[in-house]
Design a protein around this ligand. Structure first.
Ligand code: SF4
Length: 502
């Protein structure tokens, strides 16, 4: 074995699709290439020891925003203890602004952009010569039809325990300036029949949880319908052992044919991640996001009212031109549409994204370290941005978790953003923490806050008692909650189950 492909995933449940693509496309080198994944938080020396155990000549590392700092420590240690091993980096985090990065200085080679074919080509050069002259190699983008699909590389353990990422297309035709996919300018589809054949094999091997990484699932409706039909057929054939599919969709494009297909999915089998990002037309135009807000709202409302799809809708705080009041209006507008979850993200400046053009004009100050989160703008100062960060965290714990489903409407009243911000400020003042707050303590605190707002104690208690959170003092629930959090933190089907039960 002479080539090792590796990365640090954000969680064990995330199986790296990128590495599997590289392995599937190694050609003659495939036999001598192996894949070894780690999870962030693992001791650097442990990773290095395991990487070197098989005495590789080349180590390829997938570098992402969530692992770049830990990966840099891995590369640094590798270069100290085994300088003869060639280190090749790839992935979005090293594809732009490459030369100024510490990790790039430490490594031997970097492939920017698409690595499917370029990694194997670089390895051939390293192993057989002539040695590559350039440290930074621009990845070649082959036609998708030439790329071998990697799905047979999901092991039985992956199928049994991890989320299986799949993609029917790459790229995005939209140009939202905060998003790396805006640089693609278009989307490229994989051969649909071949792709569905791969899904068929995965399903036959027991795979039931499919997460599509396509940036826009509902771009080509004919393909969307065919993919949906694949899942509907599986659901019809195996209702006792259902599949679960997750898609990212644009909200303002939901033709009738697609709606008809969506309606056929029973509860607990379909999830949509929908990017709204901002309802503010001024902000949308500043970041070049084209979105018909009226249509988007109408479609979200329709999905909530008529379908069983679990709806997870994204908003971003800290965009240029947005102040707290305009963000609050967008939040309340979205909340009124009643999606199951509002994913409240704080803007991050991803390397290579064109949003950088607004830095001067809008006083955009970003953290210098990954994930390069926005710290302040000309309209939201640092301390208010921190309040929004805490809001997002508490929102995830209280609203998105589904653990306070009956209490939540009482918390939010008629002015959801303002009320939850008040609760968020109060919780932070009381706990000085946004993490490691036990669920039973959180439930008690929420009860106290409600009472301070004038809710009679017995009403607050009855609401909490009817919720998962209010049961948290009972030992078995505590154990279950802790196990769930450890095992599949953020796992969508479990959160979905709580939303469905509410
Ligand atoms: S935010 Fe979504 S629609 Fe916009 S460029 Fe990125 S992937 Fe495409």
């Amino acid at each position: 074995m002479s080539i090792l492909l590796s990365t640090l995933n954000a969680r064990y449940t995330h199986a790296s699709l990128g590495l599997r693509y590289l392995l599937a496309n190694m050609g003659a080198l495939r036999e001598q290439t192996r894949l070894q994944e780690f999870v962030i938080g693992t001791k650097t020396s442990e990773i290095v020891e395991k990487l070197l155990a098989s005495k590789p000549r080349i180590i390829g590392l997938g570098i992402y925003i969530w692992n770049v700092e830990e990966s840099a420590r891995v590369v640094s240690m590798l270069k100290r203890v085994a300088p003869e091993v060639k280190i090749v980096l790839g992935g979005p985090e090293v594809s732009y602004e490459t030369n100024e990065q510490e990790i790039v200085k430490l490594a031997d080679y970097v492939i920017t952009g698409w690595g499917d074919f370029s990694f194997a080509a670089l390895c051939r050069q390293i192993l057989d010569g002539p040695q590559p002259l350039m440290k930074v190699q621009a990845g070649v983008q082959p036609p998708l039809a030439d790329i071998a699909m990697p799905y047979d590389l999901y092991s039985d353990e992956d199928i049994a325990q991890r989320t299986l990422y799949v993609e029917a297309s790459r790229g995005c035709p939209f140009k939202c300036e905060f998003c790396l996919s805006s640089l693609d300018k278009t989307a490229w589809p994989f051969d649909l029949d071949a792709f569905l054949g791969q899904l068929e094999s995965l399903h036959a091997r027991g795979a039931r949880l499919f997460k599509f990484v396509d940036r826009t699932f509902n771009l080509n409706i004919k393909s969307s319908l065919k993919i949906m039909q694949f899942f509907l057929d599986k659901l019809a054939a195996h209702p006792e052992d259902p599949v679960y599919a997750h898609f990212e969709v644009v909200p303002d494009h939901l033709p009738e044919a697609l709606k008809e297909g969506i309606l056929k999915f029973p509860p607990g089998t379909l999830q949509f991640e929908i990017g709204i990002q901002s309802f503010n037309p001024e902000v949308q135009s500043l970041v070049s996001r084209k979105q018909n807000n009226e249509k988007a709202a109408e479609n979200i409302r329709w999905l909530v009212e008529h379908s069983h799809a679990h709806m997870h809708v994204d908003l971003i705080a800290g965009l240029p031109g947005e102040d707290i009041d305009s963000f609050a209006r967008g939040f309340d507008q979205l909340h009124a549409l009643k999606p199951h979850e509002i994913q409240f993200g704080i803007l991050k400046r991803l390397r290579g994204t064109p949003i950088i053009r607004h830095t001067q004009d809008f006083g955009m100050v970003y953290d210098a370290h990954p994930p390069y989160t926005i710290l302040a703008t000309d309209r939201i100062d640092f301390s208010n941005m921190q309040r929004l960060v805490r809001f997002a965290r508490y929102w995830d714990m209280i609203a998105n978790s589904g653990r306070f489903a009956h209490t939540l409407p009482q918390i939010l009243g008629e002015t959801p953003f303002a009320r939850f911000m008040a609760l968020s400020d109060w919780l932070y003042a009381k706990t000085d923490a946004t993490h490691r707050i036990a669920l039973d303590r959180l439930a008690t605190l929420v009860g106290k806050w409600l009472q301070e707002q004038g809710v009679p104690a017995e009403v607050a208690q009855a609401l909490l008692d009817s919720d998962y959170a209010g049961q948290a003092h009972k030992k078995h629930i505590q154990k279950k909650a802790a196990a769930e959090t450890r095992k599949t933190e953020g796992s969508l089907p479990q959160r979905q189950a709580r939303h469905l039960a509410a």
